[in-house]
Design a protein around this ligand. Structure first.
Ligand code: V47
Length: 362
């Protein structure tokens, strides 16, 4: 192994990983440029097992998308629609609550609610939705609204981000999902999502939430026009934010799905890209407790192999996922608990059902 690491030019990185030392920007670039995928897996797995042993987390959750009518219309997104588009939809508060009530007989612990940057929903809509969900299922943890949505909700209400977060928390918000981060690079945002909240503002919203006691996740959308350097910059920016607040629970590298988007000519990611992104994330984000292989975007088979490349979380039962599905995702929208457990056991890992905050659910 040592010889193989030396031959691949990864021995110095190995020494740092073995000593628990932080990797540099250049190390991140070198890892991405390496073709020695099994060695990247070996290195990432050292960190994975140091932090989480064999445990592989999953959650019993439900996804609800309240609307896809969006003013941002990012080029990588097949989900967002212009106002007036016949494929646009908006659920009213009662319809969201009904989706919760439909599944009261299932042991769901978390509802994941995200939508769009809707042009004219009032501030009260977001608060009423959270209250209605809590009324329908008081024990449920609501993980809702990306940092991009939070900034938009605050603006809609004429409030600061702190004020809006405080109102949302009073109404039942429990934590914040990791979407909307994309790639922080200004070059990428100008080209793909010029109207979206800039990267530094996304980080500000996340850090503000953390300071107020909310935990959140972070993502990176890879496999479109971003460079390796832009990926590493993104990871380093997240690592620095986490040094400041410690509020991130989990990082999720999201594989770009080109179908039905303006970037349809881009090839879908290869399995080696997916595993490399999991491994490099695990190695660079030394202060993130968890790395998620989101099976909906990776497919079940790559997500399973990713459990040996740094990932210790598969997300969950998911029910009704739309964002990947509309962009040509073929892995399905739901998985039963026993299927997830089987996937984990077949990989030689130990399934652990968790709640949103990574407490074990017995
Ligand atoms: O922000 C949009 C991405 C994200 C496409 O926090 C696409 O646990 C691939 O963030 N191909 C939303 N990706 C989903 C998300 C998420 C999912 C699961 C768990 C968590 C979590 C967060 O989906 C968006 C964007 O980056 N996205 N379009 C596409 N065509």
């Amino acid at each position: 192994m040592i010889e193989a690491l030396k031959r691949a030019g990864l021995f110095q990185i190995y020494e740092k990983v073995a000593a628990g030392e932080r990797l540099s920007f250049d190390d991140g670039v070198a890892l991405y440029r390496s073709d020695a995928l099994p060695l990247l897996g070996f290195l990432a797995n050292m960190v994975r097992e140091r932090l989480n042993g064999d445990a592989t987390y999953y959650i019993y959750n439900q996804h609800i998308n309240y609307s896809n009518v969006c003013v941002n219309l990012c080029k990588f997104c097949a989900f967002g629609k212009e106002e007036g588009d016949p494929d646009g939809f908006l659920l009213d508060v009662e319809q969201v609550a009904e989706k919760i009530r439909e599944r009261l007989d299932e042991p769901i612990t978390e509802v994941h609610i995200v939508g769009s940057i809707h042009p004219d929903l009032p501030y009260s809509y977001y608060l009423d939705m959270l209250r209605a969900v809590k009324e329908a299922r008081p024990g449920i943890h609501i993980q809702a609204f990306t940092c991009v949505e939070i900034a938009h909700i605050a603006e809609t209400g004429g409030k600061s981000v702190e004020e809006a977060l405080s109102d949302l928390m009073d109404a039942g918000l429990g934590s914040i999902p990791g979407g909307g981060a994309e790639v922080f690079s200004q070059r990428i945002r100008e080209r793909l999502c010029p109207d979206k909240l800039p990267g530094d503002k996304w980080l500000e919203v996340a850090k503000t939430a953390h300071r107020m006691g909310l935990k959140s996740n972070a993502t990176m959308l890879y496999g479109h026009i971003e460079t390796v350097e832009e990926r590493v910059e993104h990871l380093v920016a997240l690592r620095e934010a986490q040094d400041e607040t410690g509020g991130f629970m989990c990082f999720i590298p999201l594989a770009f799905h080109p179908k039905n988007t303006e970037l349809e000519s881009v090839a879908p990611t290869a399995g080696v890209d997916d595993l490399k992104n999991i491994a490099v994330s695990r190695l660079m984000l030394d202060n993130f407790p968890h790395i998620k292989a989101y099976w909906v975007m990776l497919g079940q088979k790559i997500a399973q192999v990713a459990l040996w490349y740094g990932a210790d979380d598969l997300d969950g039962t998911v029910l009704e996922e739309k964002i990947t599905n509309m962009a040509g995702g073929e892995s399905g929208q739901a998985m039963a608990r026993n299927e997830i457990e089987h996937l984990i056991r077949a990989a030689g890992r130990v399934p652990v059902q968790r709640d949103t905050l990574y407490n074990v659910v017995e």
